[in-house]
Design a protein around this ligand. Structure first.
Ligand SMILES: Cc1cc2nc3c(=O)[nH]c(=O)nc-3n(C[C@H](O)[C@H](O)[C@H](O)COP(=O)(O)OP(=O)(O)OC[C@H]3O[C@@H](n4cnc5c(N)ncnc54)[C@H](O)[C@@H]3O)c2cc1C
Length: 304
């Protein structure tokens, strides 16, 4: 109760929810509840929240669009922070774009296309937020965030909570599905991108082409978190899974997609445990069959 009151004092009563089901907040449409779910409407609220939670030693986790997170069925004991409206701004200055962490990658790539800026087409079908995309160094079809990112503005909360610090792309140590933020806790407030002038029609055509490819190859008709596993160097996770005979394998309503074995999909009422059990079976089976150890790309939150 004390914690709830303090959170309400910082973020505003309407922005604090207790025992919030995470199912609608995560694209897997599975999992339990967050003990507290707090929307931080602007940067000063976010900073105050981080200071308070760090000071009190309360566990916390920043959520973007929930498109790469699986929350345990027993939920998350702590505070989930979601950057809100104050993080939804996009600014364009010539060939540069600055976007708040809550802006969706899809919206940012559309905005770039409208401004005849090329470089973000690869991201036009990734359902994440800017914050999640920087954290994951999201990428697709030969492009990655690190190719067009110039800097990210971050509040670090690794021990002491800092003011907003601007880190250049090289300081962020971005590599395949990795960033400095996986080692040093921090919250992305906004990010700056440097694109190039291009032809609006050609940019739109490329976006359309990539969209069609996704529709053709990916099981977008069922909830998922995209690729369940990272691509092991020199291999394709989907191919290894298929070769191990796991296409279509299921645990409850969790299923290795028939359309794309790299995706585990929720065919209805899959629990987080179903999904996790299936991930473990696939991981073990692929290791036995090929000697390659798959590593989850999906972030697991809570007890599994
Ligand atoms: C259908 C589908 C297709 C997909 N295709 C792709 C693809 O082609 N390429 C690809 O790379 N990914 C893909 N994904 C996965 C996912 O969209 C990306 O990983 C995305 O970058 C996650 O962003 P998010 O905002 O949803 O992050 P979340 O899932 O909410 O969080 C992921 C991680 O980022 C951290 N995070 C979120 N916001 C912040 C912030 N503001 N500051 C610091 N850390 C933060 C979280 O704490 C968490 O650790 C796909 C997912 C789906 C469902």
């Amino acid at each position: 109760m004390e914690l709830e009151k303090s959170l309400a004092l910082i973020a505003g009563e309407a922005c604090v929810k207790k025992d919030e089901p995470m199912l609608p907040h995560c694209t897997f449409r599975a999992g339990g509840s967050a003990e507290y779910f707090v929307t931080a409407e602007d940067e000063s609220v976010l900073k105050e929240l981080l200071e308070f939670l760090s000071d009190k030693g309360v566990d916390h986790f920043v959520l973007g669009n929930g498109s790469n997170v699986l929350v345990s069925d027993s939920g998350y004991k702590g505070v989930i922070i979601k950057p809100g409206r104050g993080f939804e701004k996009i600014e364009i200055l010539d060939e540069r774009l600055k976007a708040g962490s809550a802006v969706s990658l899809i919206k940012l790539s559309m905005t770039a296309a409208e401004a005849s800026l090329t470089g973000l087409e690869f991201a036009s079908g990734i359902p994440g937020s800017i914050g999640g995309a920087v954290y994951m160094n999201a990428g697709a079809y030969g492009g990655e965030i690190k190719d067009c990112l110039e800097y990210a503005d971050i509040i670090f909360c690794d021990g002491n909570v800092t003011g907003v610090q601007r880190l250049s792309v090289s300081e962020l140590s971005l590599s395949y599905r990795h960033s400095l933020l996986k080692e040093k806790r921090g919250v992305v407030v906004s990010a700056g991108f440097k694109l190039e002038k291009g032809d609006a029609d050609a940019i739109r055509a490329r976006i359309e082409e990539l969209k069609n490819l996704r529709v053709l190859k990916q099981p977008l008709d069922h909830p998922s978190a995209g690729s369940t596993f990272k691509r092991p160097e020199g291999y394709y996770a989907a191919k290894l899974i298929e070769e191990a005979g796991f296409k279509g394998l299921s645990e409850g309503d969790a299923c290795v997609s028939e359309k794309h074995s790299g995706f585990i999909v929720n065919k209805g009422k899959a629990t987080a445990s179903d999904i996790y059990r299936l991930m473990c079976r696939v991981e073990e089976g692929v290791y036995k069959n090929s000697g390659v150890r798959l590593e989850p790309e999906v972030i697991l939150l809570g007890d599994f």
